[in-house]
Design a protein around this ligand. Structure first.
Ligand SMILES: Cc1cc2nc3c(=O)[nH]c(=O)nc-3n(C[C@H](O)[C@H](O)[C@H](O)COP(=O)(O)O)c2cc1C
Length: 175
């Protein structure tokens, strides 16, 4: 279910509790959309993963910069790998070779978890990105140009806020 649909449903279901919208929001337009759906705020993950303060490896920041969102997939493979399966629970991850190899083979993955975990650790030490599972959002491609600069999270957030405020000036809430 898409963020716009589920946020609206959750806002209505839990009112008057405040709701933070998450998933696929990376710019001022996304923030404005979430507020228009009556969310109280947003939670940004992937966008801040590519900021200068984030201690993630540079190689992953570059992967975010290169991503257009289509190289991700929603799957339970990472959960089967860690052994923290939860029926129906999935994550959006980078569609690496490892993920491709194990899609639909979760029962075997669970059985061979120990062996595969060691292989993944060795691959990570060798800098092989294709043998990893990494969560990554699929923020709209239109927001990707800002990913090209791994700017600081403070500056990034200020830009999002200003962009959102401009949108509300253009679209009065009475409409
Ligand atoms: C690198 C990374 C690691 C994450 N790890 C977890 C996690 O361990 N548990 C969890 O519930 N969500 C996790 N998330 C999801 C975030 O909490 C958040 O819901 C999501 O990133 C929001 O969508 P966005 O990335 O499109 O902004 C992770 C996200 C990223 C990018």
């Amino acid at each position: 279910m898409g963020t716009t649909v589920i946020v609206r449903q959750v806002v209505k279901a839990v009112a008057p509790l405040p709701v933070l919208a998450a998933a696929g929001i990376a710019d001022g337009a996304g923030l404005a959309a979430a507020l228009a759906l009556d969310a109280q705020g947003v939670l940004l993950g992937t966008r801040f993963y590519a900021t200068t303060e984030c201690p993630s490896p540079d190689v992953w920041k570059q992967a975010i910069v290169a991503s257009d969102g289509h190289d991700t997939i929603v799957t339970s493979v990472p959960h089967s790998l860690t052994g923290r399966d939860w029926p129906g629970a999935c994550s959006r991850v980078v569609r690496t070779r490892f993920i491709e190899e194990w899609l639909g083979r979760e029962p075997e993955l669970r059985r061979r978890r120990g062996e595969l975990w060691s292989a993944l650790e060795r691959a990570e030490a060798d800098g092989q990105l294709e043998y990893r599972t990494t969560m990554l959002g699929n923020a709209p491609a239109s927001s990707m140009p800002s990913f090209l600069r791994a700017m600081s999270s403070g500056r990034s957030w200020q830009r999002r806020k200003t962009s959102c405020e401009r949108r509300f000036q253009r679209w009065p809430p009475s409409i």
